[in-house]
Ligand binder design. Structure first.
Ligand code: HEM
Ligand code: HEM
Length: 462
C-alpha cells in the first residue's frame, strides 16, 4: 500500500527542463533499445524451453540443452549490452544538450554489434561453440563486439572533448563505463591454456561487466532520469554519482575476489573478496534513500515517467535483496565453501542479472522508445501488468531455485549423498521454477509488445 501512496504524486515539482530537440543520436538509440527488447523476448522463450527440458528430458527440442543454455547465457549478457549502448547515446545527449561527435559511427556500431551478437546465437544453435561458460561463441565474434565497443568509446570520448567546459559527471561516468566494457572484453577474445588464468579472466565479464562497467552506465542513466523527472535535484544526484562511481570501481574491482576463492588463487582473496564485497552495498543504500526522499517530496507527473519508475523500482528492490543481501551471504567464505555452484548461485544470478541490471536497462529502453509520446491509460496499464508479471515470475523462479539450492547443499555437500540421487530429488522445485518461467515469459512478451507499440507510435514520420 505504501508503494501506491508513493505513486499518488503529491508535492512539489523540481523538474529540470527536458531538451525539446530530438538529436540524431537519440533517434539512433531507438534501434538499439528495440533490438535489446526483441532479444530479451527471445531469451525467455529459449530459457523456458531449457527449464522444461530439465524436468521433461524427452521433450523434443531442435537444440540440445547445453547449446540452448549457452544461447541463454549469451543473451543474458548481450541484450543488456545493446540496450545500454542505446541508453548511453540517448542520455548523454540529454545531459550535454548537444549532438554526439558522429551519429554515423553510432549507426555503424549498431550494425556491427547486432551482426556479431546474432552470429554468436546462430552458430551456437548450429552447435558450434567453445564451451567457455558465459562466452560460449567463437572467439572471433567477441572481437566484433569489442570493435563495436571501441567505436562507442571513441565516439563518446570525442563528444566529451568537443566541449570540455560542459562535461557533466553523468556523461563522463557513462563514457568511462563504456570504455571499461571494451577493455574488459578484449582479453576474453583469446583463450588461455592455463585454466586458472582462463577462469580468472572470464570473471572480468561475468563480474566486472555487471558490477563495475554496467553499474557506471546505469548510474549515469539513473542520475539523468532523476534530474529530468524531478525526483532529485542535480546537486544531490551528483554527490551520489561521485560516490557510486568511486565505490563501483574500487569495490567492483576487488570484489572480483569473491569469484576467486576456489580456482587456484592465493588465500588472501578469501579475505579481500569478502571484505571488499561489503563496499559494493553502500551505494545501493544511498540510492534507496535518494529515491525514497524523491518519491515522497516530488511530483512525478507523466505516465511515461511512472512506468519508467515501476521498472526502476523493481530494479532497486532486487539490487537490495537478490544482488546485495543474498550476494553478501554467499560471499562469506564458510558459506561459499558449501554453496558454491549450486542452485543458490542460479537463484542469485537471476535475481541480480535480470532483477537489478535487466530491469534498469528495460527502464532506460522504455524511456528512450517513448520519447515524444505519453502512453494512453490502456497502454500504461498494460505496461504495469507486464512489470507485475515479470516480478511475480522472477520471484517464483528464484524462490524455487533458492530452496532447491539449499536442499542441494545439504544433501550433496553436507550429507555427501550421490549427486544424481540429489538431482532427482530437486525435480519438484525445478518444476515450480518452470512454472515461474511461464509467468515471466508472459510478462516478457507483453512488455516487448507494449514497447514495440510505443516504438511504432513514436516513429518519426518520413
Ligand atoms: C548487479 C549486481 C550483480 C550481478 C549482475 C551479479 C551476477 C552474478 C552472476 C551471474 C553470478 C554467477 C556466476 C557463475 O555462475 O559463476 C554471480 C555469482 C556470485 N555473486 Fe553476484 N552479482 C551481483 C552482485 C553481487 C554482490 C553485490 C555480491 C556480494 C556482495 C555478489 C556475490 C556473488 C558471489 C559470492 C557469487 C559466487 C557464487 C558461487 O560461488 O557459486 N554478487 N553473481
Ligand atoms: C523465462 C525466464 C527464464 C528461465 C525459465 C530461465 C531458465 C534458466 C535455466 C534452465 C538455466 C540453466 C541452469 C539452471 O538450471 O539454473 C539458467 C541459467 C541462467 N540464467 Fe536464466 N532463465 C530465465 C530468464 C533469465 C534472464 C532474464 C536472465 C538475465 C538477463 C537469466 C540469466 C541466467 C544466468 C546468468 C544463468 C546462469 C546461472 C548460473 O550461473 O548458475 N535468465 N536460466
Amino acid at each position: 500500500m505504501k508503494l501506491f501512496k508513493l505513486f499518488s504524486f503529491r508535492g512539489k515539482t523540481n523538474k529540470a527542463p527536458i531538451p525539446k530537440q530530438q538529436f540524431l543520436a537519440q533517434k539512433i538509440s531507438r534501434r538499439y533499445c528495440l533490438s535489446a527488447v526483441a532479444l530479451f523476448a527471445l531469451q525467455s522463450i529459449v530459457a523456458l524451453m531449457g527449464a522444461l527440458d530439465l524436468v521433461i528430458p524427452d521433450l523434443p527440442s531442435p537444440i540440445p540443452f547445453e547449446y540452448g543454455r549457452a544461447i541463454h547465457l549469451g543473451l543474458a549478457d548481450l541484450w543488456p549490452l545493446i540496450g545500454t549502448m542505446g541508453m548511453v547515446y540517448f542520455f548523454i545527449t540529454a545531459e550535454l544538450n548537444r549532438e554526439i561527435y558522429s551519429p554515423s559511427l553510432a549507426r555503424w556500431q549498431y550494425w556491427i554489434v547486432l551482426a556479431f551478437s546474432l552470429s554468436i546465437f546462430g552458430t551456437l544453435a548450429l552447435k558450434i561453440g567453445n564451451g567457455r561458460e558465459f562466452l560460449e561463441g567463437m572467439p572471433i565474434f567477441y572481437v566484433g563486439i569489442c570493435l563495436s565497443l571501441a567505436l562507442a568509446s571513441y565516439n563518446l570520448i570525442r563528444t566529451l572533448l568537443s566541449d570540455k567546459k560542459n562535461i557533466t559527471p553523468a556523461a563522463a561516468i557513462m563514457t568511462v563505463g563504456m570504455c571499461f566494457l571494451g577493455i574488459l572484453l578484449l582479453p576474453n577474445t583469446i583463450t588461455y591454456s592455463n585454466p586458472v588464468a582462463d577462469e580468472a579472466i572470464k570473471y572480468w565479464i561475468i563480474h566486472l561487466w555487471e558490477e563495475m562497467a554496467l553499474e557506471l552506465t546505469s548510474a549515469g542513466f539513473i542520475a539523468t532520469f532523476y534530474v529530468v523527472s524531478g525526483l532529485a535535484d542535480r546537486s544531490k544526484v551528483e554527490k551520489w554519482l561521485y560516490l557510486e562511481a568511486t565505490l563501483a570501481v574500487v569495490g567492483g574491482l576487488y570484489a572480483t575476489g569473491h569469484h576467486y576463492y576456489w580456482i587456484g588463487f592465493p588465500a588472501i582473496w578469501l579475505v579481500l573478496g569478502s571484505l571488499v564485497s561489503l563496499v559494493e552495498v553502500i551505494p545501493v543504500g544511498l540510492l534507496v534513500h535518494m529515491t525514497y526522499k524523491g518519491l515522497k517530496e516530488a511530483k512525478v507527473g507523466s505516465r511515461r515517467e511512472k512506468l519508467t519508475l515501476w521498472l526502476l523500482l523493481s530494479s532497486i528492490f532486487y539490487h537490495i535483496t537478490g544482488a546485495s543481501l543474498l550476494g553478501l551471504f554467499m560471499t562469506i567464505p564458510w558459506v561459499n565453501l558449501y554453496m558454491h555452484g549450486t542452485y543458490v548461485t542460479s537463484g542469485h544470478a537471476h535475481l541480480a542479472l535480470f532483477g537489478s541490471l535487466g530491469f534498469t536497462v528495460l527502464a532506460g529502453c522504455y524511456y528512450v522508445l517513448s520519447q515524444g509520446s505519453e502512453p494512453t491509460l490502456k497502454s500504461y496499464r498494460g505496461g504495469v501488468l507486464a512489470v507485475l508479471l515479470l516480478n511475480s515470475g522472477l520471484i517464483v523462479m528464484a524462490s524455487a531455485l533458492l530452496v532447491a539450492g539449499f536442499v542441494e547443499t545439504y544433501l550433496w555437500r553436507i550429507l555427501d549423498m550421490d549427486f544424481m540421487q540429489v538431482r532427482m530429488l530437486l525435480n519438484p522445485y525445478l518444476m515450480i521454477r518452470a512454472l515461474g518461467g511461464i509467468i515471466f515469459m508472459l510478462g516478457d512478451l507483453l512488455l516487448a509488445w507494449s514497447f514495440y507499440k510505443t516504438w511504432k507510435a513514436t516513429k518519426p514520420q518520413k
